[in-house]
Design a protein around this ligand. Sequence first.
Ligand code: SAH
Length: 465
Amino acid sequence: MDAMQHYPVFLNTRAARIVLSGGSEAALAKLRLLMKTEANLHVFAPDAAPEIISWANAGALTLHRRALKAEDVAGAALVYAADEDEARDSQTATLAHSARVLLNIVDNLEGSDFITPAIVDRDPVTIAIGTEGAAPVLARQIKADLEARLPSSLGALARIGKAFRHAADTLPMGRVRRAFWTEYYTQTGPASISKGEAATKAALNTLLAQHLAEAQAEGHVIFAGAGPGDPELLTLKARRALHEADVVIYDRLVSPAILELARREALMLSAGKEGFGAAMSQADINALIVKHASAGAQVLRLKGGDPAVFARLDEEIEACEARGIAFSIVPGITAASASAAALGQSLTKRGRNTEARLVTGHDMQGYADQDWKSLARAGEVAAIYMGKRAARFIQGRLLMHGAAANTPVSLVENASLPNQRIVATTLGQLPSALAEAALTGPALTLLGLAPRDAVTPTLKQEVAQ
Ligand code: SAH
């Protein structure tokens, strides 16, 4: 493709000064269009056609009955040389160039800085047609075609549409909003404009209500954290999501007291990976979420604690993304926070540890390989999720890397719930303490933290001195 010699722009003419030299046919043709703008028009013509005189009398332009001078051009946005006289036009050109103002010489493409395109005017819709001067006839033909094809009501439709933009912004961005405007410009608008502007505005309101209702009918997934179990540790957002969801897909860790908060009509589905029912694979859970959201449901995927901590959130999000399903995430209080609170301790403390790690005791491949060496240092704090089964393995790794046998270790079972239990022990005693406690609920292992004195543990194994 050839480079564009003439680059189309729409010039802001408000308060701009536009100067035209000439007073006959060519000047009249240019002025008819220029008078539609907001510019201050100055026409210089010792002999002006009667039309120009009457436009001047009507205040549509300022007529100066003399030839153009240098000071007339200064500060102008555009200059037109429309005298149809080579000598006069070249004088105008010289004045324009020395004042560095963009110049158009009528019917002289090469001598002009800019050209005025053929225009189809459906204010505020303006279509400019340019052929780089190559085919003025073609430009006129295209203009005639467009004039015939575009209803004269198009301008009114666009004006009404523009005034309605703010209201339409209540629709979700993107596809939904585009569909609304397409329907307005291709169907609702043209059908109602003949009945007047008021009818068109009313039709636009009805159309918006329809599209808003449809947008709400689109499926959506909220991944929310249910917190550690106490319903009072739910966020207000999670609580509202429970109240509004059509389908709730919940994990085994979510307590019954929290599920009570869902609407009665909501479909409650357990995705529990343990317990009585058959284990549900991650792929099955993904499919379940996608199935309900695709059918238009507001799906709440409720996970224990925080949905972004050891909860396979990304796999479920990716399943939604693959199907173009909108989703949002509502964080929750993770078990580490609730367990530290149960001990009356901080997860970080000045002078003790400036970092606290969230680690998992085992992952899908088996016992997780952490940076046990760095965790073996005195003062380290780690919240070990899913750590019960891996206790002996973790103990072995930490002792091997030089951790002290009397490093405090606390286990918090059912943190935040009425049946919460705290096992206070040490790294050296960890496996025997676990065996003795026989924990059955979810438990978090806090390495490096002992319960504050004010907190009485359920089970306490003293360090063998
Ligand atoms: N997303 C969850 C963690 C899921 S992994 C969160 O942010 O808390 C599951 C592990 O979390 C359990 O094995 C247990 O170690 C821990 N856990 C979850 N809820 C708990 C609770 N109420 N008390 C103690 N530990 C809990």
